[in-house]
Design a binder for this molecule. Structure first.
Ligand code: PEP
Ligand code: MG
Length: 570
């Protein structure tokens, strides 16, 4: 048994077998063998399993992504059944008495070198294909795991250094019971995805990948941020009890599912949810969400090899709007860049991607990407209560330009006789300090603000949200952050506009009393945080919390803020 501490990223407890999602170690030994037939059999077996896997991936890709993308796997299958490649390996085993690993590596390297040096690009690409399939066969020869997350078909806990958004998008929630990673914080996208998938997760453990082996059993305690490797029987029993009591607590919360959200002194606020895909809506409704405060549309663009079409997007937006009925749905336009990469866009590598070419900056310059999204949204607007917001707005010009494009597309659609709602509110995310500071000026032009504290905190404190080394500076309750939030809310209310928050802070039990006192109108969070938040707000007096405002805003440190709130809400 071994216990590893990390950051509690998504609540709940999961117990299952390890699935290592990492590039396998394919180093092998050079061995002289005395039984070539047996060695050839070993090679045949590794080839057979690899082909069976490729067949499955091909079928899966065809179904999920399309015929065209499945073709690559047909090419890989052809390579593995090509006698011109396989026979020389077998000959080598028989004549040179080398092990299958050596034969595989030497023969494929010879072909790879040959193809790599050809003029013809098509042939050069074949070199990459051979390299790819060789790795899979080698992994089977060495009996190490070759990860294919899309093909997981038994209950597992995924263990990885980090999970990129596209890795996470491939995970099947039916089988992936939880995950734990070496890096990341509560607001890294892997953590956010875990919450929307409603699977327990612990991130930022630093060394979980080095601590587990294939087939270990692990417990992910997403409540306390711990991972237990190969637990004893007593631990298993105690965690199963914890699982039961968590389920009982969830049943208690569920009684508030269809209730509105009022503070103890009768002030109403809205509790909405953050989602990544139309499939998440069911979880939102089951958890009592009163709306969608943030639909992160970038997941539509991930885990594939080309841009989604306007039609695909329209279907996704329509589905979310229809499922939500007349409840509000705030859709955020594409927020790519930062840690959200799209390989097919061929974006330049940057030294500081979080401060670089991302989100609205990218969209305004790439109208062939942005306009189809705007059109899909406008067309979907007649199916529900749509609000649109732009991410990473740093200047008024950016907002004006993005809004002008939206109106432009609206006019074009209408003149083609396409119906578009006339009640779409258009707002922005406040996640860059410059925008928070001049919120007064923005408030005259936008219909609403949604404060994105995940980024606002990292930019205000100059502390990368993904870097544990500076995570001590990532302080949500720092008075600087509270003052910025206050500035935004005051500015909006003066102009009669509403303010939401869709950063993770909105669902945080220490932040909630402060935000209620500052006058936040809409709290948008992971679906699973909604019922605990509603329970908490029912017990808080908004008037009392508002009376602490001046004191909180003039404090010097986060520590003072936390101590004060703990004392007042005991
Ligand atoms: C934020 O920055 O707070 C936010 C909600 O956006 P994301 O986490 O997707 O960057
Ligand atoms: Mg953000």
């Amino acid at each position: 048994m071994k216990k590893i501490e990390g950051i509690a990223a998504s609540t709940g407890i999961a117990i299952a077998k390890v699935y290592e999602l990492k590039a396998p170690d394919l180093t092998f030994e050079n061995v002289t063998i005395d039984n070539p037939d047996q060695e050839i059999e070993r090679l045949d077996e590794a080839l057979k399993i690899s082909m069976q896997e490729l067949e499955k991936i091909k079928v899966h890709t065809k179904k999920e992504i399309g015929d065209e993308h499945a073709e690559i796997f047909s090419a890989h299958l052809l390579i593995l059944s090509d006698p011109e490649l396989i026979n020389p390996m077998k000959d080598k085993i028989s004549t040179d008495k080398v092990n299958a690993e050596v034969a595989l590596s030497e023969v494929t390297n010879m072909f790879i070198d040959m193809f790599k040096n050809m003029e013809n690009e098509y042939m050069r690409e074949r070199a990459a294909d051979i390299q790819d399939v060789t790795k899979r066969v080698m992994a089977h020869l060495l009996d190490v795991n070759f990860p294919d997350p899309a093909l997981i078909n038994e209950q597992v806990i995924v263990i990885a250094n980090d999970l990129t958004p596209s890795d996470t998008a491939q995970l099947n929630r039916e089988f992936v019971k939880g995950f734990a990673t070496d890096i990341g914080g509560r607001t890294s996208h892997s953590a956010i995805m875990a919450r929307s998938l409603e699977i327990p997760a612990v991130v930022g453990t630093k060394n979980i990948t080095a601590s587990v082996s294939k087939d270990d059993i692990v417990i992910v305690d997403g409540m306390e941020g711990k991972v237990i490797i190969n637990p004893t029987d007593e631990e298993l029993e105690s965690y199963r009890k914890k699982q039961d009591s968590f389920a009982a607590q969830q049943q208690e919360w569920a009684k508030l599912k269809d209730e509105p959200t009022f503070s103890s002194d009768g002030e109403q606020v809205e509790l909405a949810a953050n989602i990544g895909t139309p499939d998440d809506v069911e979880g939102v409704l089951n958890n009592g969400g009163e709306g969608i405060g943030l639909y992160r549309t970038e997941f539509l663009y991930m885990g594939k090899s080309e841009l989604p079409t306007e039609e695909e997007q329209y279907e996704a937006y329509k589905s979310v709007l229809e499922q939500m009925g007349d409840k509000p749905v705030v859709v955020r336009t594409l927020d790519v860049g930062g840690d959200k990469e799209l390989s097919y866009l061929d974006l330049p590598k940057e030294l500081n991607p979080f401060l670089g070419y991302r989100a609205i900056r990218f969209c305004l310059e790439n109208e062939h990407v942005f306009r189809p999204q705007l059109r899909a949204l406008l067309r979907a607007s007649v199916h529900g209560n749509l609000k649109i917001m732009f991410p990473m707005i740093a200047t008024l010009e950016e907002f004006r330009q993005a809004k002008a494009m939206l109106l432009d597309e609206k006019e074009a659609l209408q003149s083609d006789g396409v119906k578009v709602s006339n009640d779409i509110e258009v707002g922005i995310m406040v996640e860059i300090p410059s925008t928070a500071v001049i919120a007064k000026q923005f408030a005259k032009e936008v219909d609403f603000f949604s404060i994105g504290t995940n980024d606002l905190i990292q930019y205000t404190m100059a502390a990368d949200r993904m870097n544990e080394q500076v995570s001590y500076l990532y302080q949500p309750y720092h008075p600087a952050i509270l003052n910025l939030i206050h500035t935004v809310i005051e500015a909006a209310h003066k102009e009669g506009k509403w303010v939401g928050m869709c950063g993770e802070m909105a669902g945080d039990s220490i932040a909630i009393p402060i935000l209620l006192g500052l006058g936040l109108d809409e709290f948008s969070m992971s679906a699973t945080s909604i019922l605990p938040a509603r329970t908490q707000i029912l017990s808080l007096s908004k008037k009392e919390m508002a009376s602490y405002k001046e004191q909180l805003l003039s404090m010097g440190t986060e520590e003072e803020v936390v101590a004060f709130i703990n004392e007042k809400t005991e």
